[in-house]
Write a protein that binds this ligand. Structure first.
Ligand code: SAM
Ligand code: DTB
Ligand code: SF4
Length: 337
């Protein structure tokens, strides 16, 4: 364990989550200020490099081949298309580009070679490159690291108990194994989940407990509000109350104080006031760009206007890098004892 932290119990995290709302927001903000610059927000841009036709049955996902969501399946993008998109995202102020593929896992084939080229190309633009490609072996993680991958997104999505009800084609342990492989390759881990899928508060808290108990804490934790998509088993889920999002963000901030906590999917249904409360509670990242992977996101200009109103500024690329490197140094250090 390289970062000093409190060993939170499920009961303690639950108590935090259930703190009176305004008290909780205040505590989230306090922890945020002690650990991070509260006026800085990391802006990530998402690009779906391989869309749809996925073999997994994740109940929330429009890209699963098991559900008829009317999504058009696309092959892996060309390297140049991705690099052009990276230029646009950078011009707009994004410091991180996250490339998503609707794959169950990475296979050692020409598609993977192409993704490695994309990683090299985006890295050369001085942007933080992130990928989310499904499960990885240790060797694949190492090859991505060698190509210059900065971060890997792999969400645990919910509690271990609830996971089986949402996905049957892979296990919670599969997820945790990939996270370990990513950590071994010294790639920054981005892992969080989705709320609003019909899970209990206990499920939300247990998910945070799992994340806060990892040997190495995730550097980045996306909190997604379910975007209910017609054709998926979750199409009729009621919209998540904004208060649940605010509580979840504050609780995440308090239990993983130094993480980049990302107010991720679901922002099109949130008011500016609601999002302001999320930033107050400790969120310090968003996905910007008119599209997430396949579903809509607020207009880019509207987000820049929001930053102006709130007095927030986009964070520069690689700000977390020293912190990450130090962590590795101290991890290596421990190793020698
Ligand atoms: N296939 C890879 C995987 O599952 O790890 C990468 C892409 S997958 C779309 C990335 C994440 O998007 C999922 O783990 C999930 O948290 C999120 N996601 C997918 N569909 C969503 C939805 N309808 N609403 C909110 N988040 C969603
Ligand atoms: C994450 O936690 N959220 C992003 C990113 N990681 C890859 C994806 C959200 C996807 C929302 C549904 C869609 O647009 O397809
Ligand atoms: Fe496939 Fe990822 Fe969607 Fe699951 S979340 S169906 S693995 S694209």
């Amino acid at each position: 364990m390289s970062v000093k932290r409190k060993n939170w119990t499920v009961a303690e995290i639950l108590e935090v989550y259930n703190t009176p709302l305004l008290e909780l927001i205040n505590r989230g903000q306090e922890v945020h200020r002690e650990n991070n610059n509260p006026s800085e927000v990391q802006v990530s841009s998402l690009i779906s490099i391989k869309t749809g036709g996925c073999g997994e049955d994740c109940g929330y996902c429009p890209q699963s081949a098991k559900y008829n969501t009317g999504l058009e399946v696309e092959k892996l993008m060309d390297v140049n298309t991705v690099l052009d998109a990276a230029d646009k995202a950078k011009e707009g102020g994004a410091s991180r580009l996250c490339m998503g593929a609707a794959w169950r896992e990475v296979r050692d084939n020409s598609d993977f070679e192409r993704v490695l080229e994309m990683v090299k190309g985006v890295n050369a633009k001085d942007m933080e490159v992130c990928c989310t490609l499904g499960m990885l072996t240790e060797e694949q993680a190492q090859r991505l690291a060698d190509a210059g991958l900065y971060a890997y997104n792999h969400n645990i999505d919910t509690s271990e108990d609830n996971y089986k009800k949402i996905i049957t084609t892979r296990s919670y342990d599969d997820r945790l194994d990939t996270i370990k492989n990513v950590q071994k390759a010294k790639i920054s881990v981005c892992s969080g989940g989705i709320i609003g899928m019909g899970e209990s508060i206990e499920d939300r808290v247990k998910m945070l407990h799992t994340l806060s108990s990892l040997d190495e804490l995730p550097d980045s934790v996306p909190i997604n509000a379910l975007v209910p998509v017609a054709g998926t088993p979750m199409e009729n889920q009621p919209l998540l109350p904004i208060w649940d999002m605010v509580r979840m963000i504050a609780t995440t901030r308090i239990v993983i104080p130094k993480a980049v906590v990302r107010l991720s999917a679901g922002r099109t249904q949130m008011s500016l006031e609601g999002q302001a409360l999320c930033f107050l509670a400790g969120a310090n990242s968003i996905f910007a760009g008119d599209k997430l992977l396949t579903t809509p996101n607020p207009e880019f200009n509207a987000d820049m206007e929001m930053f102006k109103i709130f007095g927030l500024t986009p964070r520069k690329a690689f700000k977390g890098k020293d912190q990450i490197r130090l962590k590795h140094v101290s991890a290596d250090h421990q190793h020698h004892h």
